[in-house]
Design a protein around this ligand. Structure first.
Ligand code: ADP
Ligand code: MG
Ligand code: MG
Length: 868
């Protein structure tokens, strides 16, 4: 196998093999852009290393060969004393994981070559020693595993109140000695001076960083598979830390917040690598580079345009200027906010770069869902205490906390928290995930906090420089002496960058108002409107709602629902009606039972009338009563306690006896669904009669009757016969079908389809029963362990388990349709509104998905994307 590719050999389609960074470095190289030469070690090699604990046969030889080629091209040898070549060793996985893995710069420096580097730089000793101390610092932290704070503290001590750029060559040389001492003390060994050894160790450290705890956490959060591994890029160093004629920066080809075209980025003079995002000094806006170095600036702007036209999308880039010469160090299709995603997609259509079909594939249901989150009420009174940058939109309210640990702790207790930091770093990831929002006092739109928050769709205000954050005192101070301490509630607006004291009330977002019927009146809503219309035009899947009330049904219609896929009838038995149901269940004579049913029927009829009216001729799938018996009965413990007291009446004792008789060990597997209908005479027929009577009163009503929890066709047949008779008698037309939610039903679908005109997959129960997981118990009990172990990447209750539950569905679809070609097929489990699951439903040929009214737009969009 070939494990190493020169940048000239790769291209952007090879992300699986070369990682995103490597593939795009190759792409830029082949576009003729100024990329320092280098090569990429494949993810194959990494996977081999992670699995076997050793690099694959032949890797070392291949790397040596590529390095020689690089050396001869550069006319310098790695770490050569008089005239050294230096390289960076950079991680880069298929999916970008900003700052989660390791990179080491300036590999090849040691006590000899540092002088050679100074000579190369025309006697710039300061630069050479600065590079050397950076190497020891990065190498020490990432390769040798030394606590990075030890280096930071030594640097801070030396700097005092000065900036790093104020240190002179002599001081930096002393710092190198201090750093070497730290290495000696912490590892018991000398800092490795052999350049090839440095490189070898750095490569292995990058491989290992795939499994660093924060990388694992990030992958789980972003649902990135755990077994991809990372590639390693080795490239010739270029230096932004020569002096003021040099520098390094990051940029976007458009505003990743709003999608507006323009120059967006940060630049830092006399700096290297991570300095820009780490916020060690204040960056300047990229526009200002024009005044510092017009040639580099113009070239950069030209390259940004080239990249946009080439990738036909927003790109983000890393670049360095070395003594007036521009170098491109990275590009990728950039992360963006949900709003920007919609705006950019339609802008690119208008620019003629992509089609509307492509535009639909460029946005996701998750992004749409984010745009439906509430925003702060503009009219509510509020106390603004600061303004920062609007790094990642949304409205977040919570208690201020000042450390990642505290955020995790309080969030674990169910509190909403806002993580407040001077700046974040990759170690804050757990806290960022736990928090509702993130507020920093330093760093721009390209800072760690901003990039990670945008990636997660989490509200973030960054660079609120008026705030004085003290992590040790757990407070921040705002202008005017306002002091906010840990636990005080603040509200942050990631859309405007404003920070408020106390809780600000929220209202519907503009996108929700649009779905509710408001006409599009801003760029974002117009973009959403265009994308949604196109998605509706191309999708094959219908979208229905799970709705039990006229209000929900009406919202479902407004949001584009084409019917109700699941109208649960059990809530109609709760509240005041509970007593009637209790009477029914506990009835000991036919008369008692009939009396209870007679009392319930008119109530049910009124419920259905309301829903049929709201749905205005669209189909309504009504599921006959389903929940386990115990939900209708008084609590057995309460009853026992009461029965044990003197006040207990004979009625109480009777009740207790009845409840004991009906008590179940496993209610979810007990007397529920169709079983209840078969055991309590008249219950289902009462419901069917109520449906038929209601349908007669609402012209155009289109009821579909759905029998839950069927496992055998015989169960269905007997219910079906009675129901059909009632419908015929009433002169009402309605489909009669069943839920497929017991594995046996899926496996005997051909038989069941003989008695069912439609199937609706109840994937909550189907998942529960296929895995043998009690949904109410397992998530808290052990799912996080299962996620850690990689048994699944995401809870099967959230996203359909394609292999297991999905297989049952495929069988049912195939067998059901072969028995009854016009069998209508849908899904009404929670999964009906989950993007990945919607795609699966499309793939296996369902006719529609049904989900909660609020998820309908998401399902419409994803159904459109699935069809493209
Ligand atoms: P990350 O994936 O965390 O962004 P990178 O591998 O991109 O890590 O590298 C970290 C920083 O070092 C970036 O700012 C990058 O531009 C810079 N860098 C990487 N390689 C070189 C190089 N050969 N010369 C100069 N700077 C480099
Ligand atoms: Mg980078
Ligand atoms: Mg069910």
């Amino acid at each position: 196998a070939k494990y190493v590719y020169d940048f000239t050999e790769g291209n952007r389609n090879l992300k699986d093999l070369l990682g995103g960074k490597g593939a795009n470095l190759a792409e830029m190289t082949n576009l003729g852009l100024p990329v320092p030469p280098g090569f990429t070690i494949t993810t194959d090699a990494c996977r081999h290393y992670l699995a076997e604990g050793a690099a694959p046969e032949g890797l070392e030889r291949e790397v040596a060969g590529q390095l020689e080629a690089l050396e001869s091209r550069m006319g310098r040898k790695l770490g050569q004393a008089g005239d050294p070549l230096l390289v960076s060793v950079r991680s880069g996985a298929k999916f970008s994981m900003p700052g989660m893995m390791e990179t080491v710069l300036n590999i090849g420096l040691n006590d000899e070559s540092v002088h050679g580097l100074a000579k190369q730089a025309g006697g710039n000793d300061r630069f050479a020693w600065d590079s050397y101390r950076r190497l020891i610092q990065m190498f020490g932290k990432t390769v040798l595993g030394i606590d990075g704070d030890l280096f930071e503290e030594a640097l801070d001590e030396l700097k005092g109140r000065r900036q790093d750029t104020d240190l002179d060559a002599g001081e930096l040389q002393r710092l190198v000695e201090t750093y070497k001492g730290i290495v000696r003390e912490q590892t018991g060994k000398e800092f490795p001076t052999d350049p090839r050894e440095q490189m070898r160790l750095a490569v292995l450290a990058v491989f290992d960083s795939w499994n660093a705890p924060r990388a694992i956490l990030y992958r789980r959060q972003e649902r990135i598979p755990a077994d991809l591994g990372t590639a390693v890029n080795i490239m010739a160093m270029v230096f932004g830390n020569y002096g003021d004629d040099s520098g390094t920066g990051v940029a976007f080809t458009r505003d990743p917040g709003s999608g507006r075209q323009g120059i967006y980025g940060d630049y830092l003079q006399n700096a290297q690598g991570e300095d820009v995002v780490a916020g060690i000094r204040n960056t300047i806006p990229l526009e200002d580079l024009e005044h510092l170095d017009k040639d580099s600036y113009d070239e950069l702007v030209g390259i940004m345009e080239t990249l946009e036209n080439h990738y036909k999308d927003l790109c983000d880039i890393e670049f360095t200027v070395e003594r007036g010469k521009l170098w491109m160090l990275q590009t990728r299709v950039g992360k963006r906010t949900a709003a920007a995603a919609f705006c950019i997609a339609t802008q690119l259509v208008d620019q003629g770069l992509i089609t509307l079909d492509e535009a639909v594939t460029r946005v996701t249901g998750d992004q749409l869902a984010q745009l439906m989150f509430p925003r702060f009420d503009a009219d509510a009174p509020k106390k603004k205490i600061a303004k920062g940058m609007n790094a990642s939109p949304g409205a977040a309210v919570g208690k201020a906390v000042f450390s990642s640990e505290r955020a995790v702790e309080l969030a674990g207790q169910g509190e909403d928290v806002i993580l407040v930091r001077r700046e974040t770093n990759p170690d804050d990831l757990a806290g960022m995930i736990a928090a509702k929002g993130i507020l920093t006092s330093r760093g721009g739109k390209t800072s760690h906090a901003a990039v990670v928050a945008r990636g997660m769709g989490k509200t973030c205000v960054c660079g609120a420089e008026e705030l004085e954050v003290s992590v040790s005192r757990r407070t921040f101070t705002a202008p005017g002496g306002v002091v906010v301490s840990e636990g005080d509630v603040i509200s942050i607006d990631g859309t405007t960058g404003q920070v408020f004291l106390g809780e600000v009330p929220v209202v519907d977002s503009a996108v929700v108002e649009y779905f509710e019927g408001a006409s599009p009146d801003d760029d974002l809503v117009r973009a959403v409107d265009r994308v949604m219309r196109h998605a509706d035009g191309v999708r094959r899947l219908g979208v229905r709602a799970n709705a039990d009330t006229p209000e929900d049904a009406a919202r479902a219609r407004r949001f584009g629902g084409e019917g109700i896929g699941l109208c649960r009838t059990e809530h109609m038995f709760l509240g005041e009606r509970r007593q009637l149901v209790e009477d029914l269940v506990l009835a000991t004579t036919d008369d008692q039972r009939q009396a209870a049913l007679d009392a319930l029927e008119p109530l049910q009829k009124t419920d259905f009338i309301g829903i049929f009216q709201a749905m205005d001729g669209a189909p309504v799938t009504i599921r006959l009563i389903d929940p386990p018996l115990h939900e209708f009965l008084p609590d057995i413990i309460d009853l026992s306690v009461k029965a044990a007291t003197d006040q207990a009446t004979s009625k109480d004792h009777e009740l207790l006896a009845a409840v004991k008789r009906l008590h179940e060990q496993n209610p979810m597997l007990g007397l529920r669904g169709v079983r209840l209908g078969l055991v309590i005479p008249g219950l289902f027929t009462m419901q069917v009669r109520a449906i038929a009577q209601a349908a007669k009163e609402v012209p155009g009503a289109k009821p579909e009757i759905m029998i839950p929890l069927v496992a055998a066709v015989q169960e269905l047949e007997s219910v079906r016969e009675e129901a059909a008779a009632i419908l015929t008698e009433a002169g009402v037309d309605a489909l009669i079908g069943t839920m497929i939610e017991v594995p046996r039903a899926a496996l005997t679908a051909a038989q069941i389809a003989e008695a069912a005109e439609f199937f609706s997959f109840g994937t909550n129960d189907l998942t529960q029963m296929a895995w043998g997981f009690s949904r109410d118990d397992v998530e808290a009990a052990f799912f996080s362990r299962y996620l850690d172990l990689g048994i699944f990447g995401v809870s099967p209750f959230e996203t359909l388990d394609r292999e297991g539950v999905g297989r049952l569905m495929r069988i049912a679809v195939e067998e059901g349709r072969s028995a009854r070609p016009d069998l209508h097929l849908g899904i009404c489990g929670e999964h009906g509104g989950d993007p990945d699951s919607v795609h699966f439903c499309h793939e296996i040929g369902l006719d529609y998905v049904s989900c909660s009214p609020f998820r309908i737009p998401v399902a419409r969009l994803e159904a459109g994307r699935a069809a493209l």
